[in-house]
Design a protein around this ligand. Structure first.
Ligand SMILES: Nc1ncnc2c1ncn2[C@@H]1O[C@H](COP(=O)(O)OP(=O)(O)OP(=O)(O)O)[C@@H](O)[C@H]1O
Ligand SMILES: [Mg+2]
Length: 260
């Protein structure tokens, strides 16, 4: 899709977040077109995860605005943004270790009638129907993520890579239009990495937009047509992966980080 004519699904303008005297994010703006997979890269401590915290609503900006599907959500809580289609995964996946994969998905779903309504006969029938529908949806999503074989296993038995797939499956339960992925490839073995890339492409083909933080440059290059580079809390540059990889400012930022 053309970013010039299509209104952005998510737009951040001049976001700043200070922690004490330090600006973890400083005057950051970005715009994500519907259907795109946008990459967000930068050395350790650049402010990438803080940017996700701001966009998803777990941290409030010191300054700046965030628009989701054209609406200002800067002051809205994370669960409201999730209900409007903005989902995220965490750098360190946090499944409930003693719950099965299916159960981990069922507790992730939104707007359960059972939590809102007192139990009369009609409500209990509705709850039973919702329960069935949710289980069906959980099975479909586990299937999509190639986790069906592990559906009834406790999450603690999963490998690092399988946890990343489960984390993505949990977000999918909320029917997100946009998913923020924080380092999905970290700790994932090479064969499962191929599965992860393939699954992200499959979900994207269903119309879901992604913003991807990733240090694995091979993965970023394969998935993204556009990259944003952060360093020291600010935007360093943006462009096509090949151009960004050759940009002296980017090389300098990474080498500077490695030397520090
Ligand atoms: N809650 C907080 N309180 C104080 N400082 C914080 C907080 N969260 C982040 N920071 C600081 O903000 C800066 C950016 O951190 P952030 O985690 O956003 O970087 P990152 O780009 O995600 O790095 P990495 O690639 O290592 O995950 C760091 O200096 C970090 O110490
Ligand atoms: Mg991070």
């Amino acid at each position: 899709m053309d970013a010039e004519v299509t209104p952005p699904i998510l737009e951040a303008r001049s976001l700043t977040r200070r922690f004490g005297g330090i600006a973890a994010v400083r005057d950051m703006s970005l715009s994500i077109a519907p259907g795109e997979i946008l990459g967000l890269i930068g050395p350790n401590g650049a402010g990438k995860t803080t940017m996700f915290d701001l966009l998803s609503g777990s941290v409030r900006p010191s300054a700046g605005t965030i628009r989701l599907k054209g609406r200002d959500v800067t002051r809205e809580a994370a669960h409201h943004r999730l209900a409007q289609g903005l989902g995220r995964t965490f750098q360190i996946p946090r499944p409930f270790p003693d719950l099965t994969c299916t159960e981990n998905l069922l507790i992730a779903r939104q707007n359960q009638t059972g939590e809102r309504l007192f139990a009369n006969f009609l409500a209990s029938r509705r709850i039973a129907a919702e329960e069935r529908a949710a289980r069906e949806k959980a099975h479909e999503i586990l299937d999509l993520m190639l986790l069906t074989r592990l559906a009834d296993e406790p999450a603690r038995f999963l490998s690092g890579g399988q946890r990343k797939l489960l984390e993505l499956a949990r977000v999918m339960m909320a029917d997100p239009a946009l998913i923020l992925l924080d380092e999905p490839a970290a700790g994932v073995n090479p064969s499962l990495l191929e599965v992860l890339i393939d699954r992200i492409q499959a979900i994207n083909a269903r119309g879901v937009t992604f913003l991807l933080i990733e240090h694995n440059i091979d993965m970023v290059t394969r998935l993204c047509s556009r990259l944003i580079v952060m360093a020291n809390g600010s935007l360093l540059c943006e462009g096509a992966p090949d151009d960004v990889a050759r940009d002296p400012r980017v090389i300098e930022a990474y080498l500077g980080g490695a030397a520090a």
